[in-house]
Design a protein around this ligand. Structure first.
Ligand SMILES: Cc1ncc(COP(=O)(O)O)c(C=O)c1O
Length: 395
């Protein structure tokens, strides 16, 4: 039976990362997958995570399943981290969440809940969006619409186009927004623009669904969640998929949460029960290790302070790299790369053609996506000049 299956193409991003790993060129530069890398090109374990791990190893007495909704301390911590300590929906009992296997698990469980509530819901996604959104939400049976978002000419958000397109979003529809550090373009909404989206959601009745996978890597933990919190303060319902992969460095531990801000407390209980049914159908219980670490770090003053300082250091390094890369590219090419410094988080489109991106790969072992999306955190003092000269040469 299985022998009739055909070979599937490799995931374009993971496939490129594998090709880079296999490349023997000592000068190769990996700007492919969205993981944070330090000056040595390594994806580090946070010291706060190491310490939490040490404490957990001393205390852990069982590997029995977590409860289906996950670790309660983690759920409390992630709700407060994302929504803010002073969130009135939280105080009013209008929030529920379940711990999920990463942000991907959160997107999938939220999609299942959305589909149960409104099987005909259309999900509005930005053009472009993270490609994995489509199979994650689409496999549940939800249909998609696209709204204009990134404008390659200005390297910024085409907000007029976005608003124009979202005028067609109606009650029962979902508008998927990147909470911060847009993947793949790095261009984020201003707080004033988030306010316009809140007005539209109020008037038209659509539900915002916010994917926040990079909180703390744009401007800071609170700054990066400001738009999301504005929507939560003004709307009866908001859905959030949160990930601890990047901001706690827990990638392989698969730690995330599907958070539902609901219209009332009893509704929150019903939504939680739906999320639990969805989880039971897909994976039953979430993995424990990452959530036990994150829950502890978020609840413990000392560990929390240690983690926040480390995260802030990463955020500052990314913003410093954006500035260095902009200036190096401008120096070698004479072109304007000011946009790199205005964008947020780990990603940016360099604005190269597919042919130029392929040439960089083949001639210089500089690996970026064909769309010329780069992971800024893959740049470091050792490869900055090499990268900038190579880009200048293909321009
Ligand atoms: C935009 C976006 N959303 C969600 C995720 C989910 O991440 P994970 O499932 O690793 O937590 C990612 C990861 O790259 C992402 O870029």
């Amino acid at each position: 039976m299985l022998e009739q299956l055909e070979q599937m193409p490799a995931d374009p991003i993971l496939g490129l990362a594998a090709a880079c790993r296999a490349d023997t060129n000592p000068d190769k530069v990996d700007l492919t997958v969205g993981i944070y890398m330090d000056e040595q090109g390594l994806c580090p374990v946070f010291a706060a995570v190491q310490e939490a791990q040490r404490l957990l190893a001393q205390e852990e007495t069982t590997k029995a399943y977590l409860p289906p909704a996950g670790d309660p301390l983690f759920n409390q911590g992630i709700q407060r981290l994302v929504l803010g300590e002073d969130c009135s929906a939280l105080a009013g009992g209008r929030v529920t969440s379940i711990q999920t296997p990463g942000g991907c698990g959160a997107l999938r469980i939220a999609a299942e809940v959305i589909h149960a509530a409104a099987p005909d819901a259309r999900v509005w996604v930005s053009d472009p969006t993270w490609p994995v959104h489509i199979p994650l939400l689409g496999s549940v049976g939800l249909a998609f619409q696209t709204y204009r978002y990134y404008e390659p000419l200005t390297h910024g958000v085409n907000f007029d186009g976005m608003v124009e397109d979202l005028k067609a979003a109606r009650a029962g529809d979902i508008v998927l927004l990147h909470g911060c550090c847009h993947n793949p373009c790095g261009a984020d909404l201003t707080l004033q623009q988030w306010g316009v989206i809140a007005d539209m959601a109020q008037q038209q009745g659509f539900t915002p669904f916010i994917d926040i996978a990079y909180q703390g890597l744009g401007d800071g933990l609170d700054e990066d969640a400001a738009g999301l919190r504005l929507l939560v303060s003004r709307l009866p319902e908001v859905i959030v998929a949160a990930s601890c992969s990047k901001n706690l460095g827990l990638y392989r531990e698969r730690t995330g949460a599907a958070i539902f801000v609901c219209s009332g407390e009893s509704n929150a209980n019903a939504i939680l029960s739906q999320a639990l049914v969805a989880a039971r159908r897909v994976y039953s219980m979430p993995p424990a290790h990452g959530a036990l670490l994150a829950g502890r770090i978020l609840a413990d003053e000392q560990l929390g302070a240690m983690w926040r300082a480390e995260l802030q250091g990463m955020c500052q390094r990314i913003n410093g790299l954006r500035s260095s890369l902009r200036h190096a590219l401008e120096r070698y090419s004479g072109a304007d790369f000011a946009f790199i410094e205005q964008e947020k988080g780990m990603f940016s489109f360099l604005g190269l053609s597919v042919e130029q991106a392929v040439r960089l790969r083949e001639e210089d072992a500089v690996y970026m996506l064909n769309s010329s999306r780069i992971n800024v955190a893959g740049v470091n003092a050792n490869n900055l000049d090499y990268l900038a000269k190579a880009v200048a040469r293909v321009l």
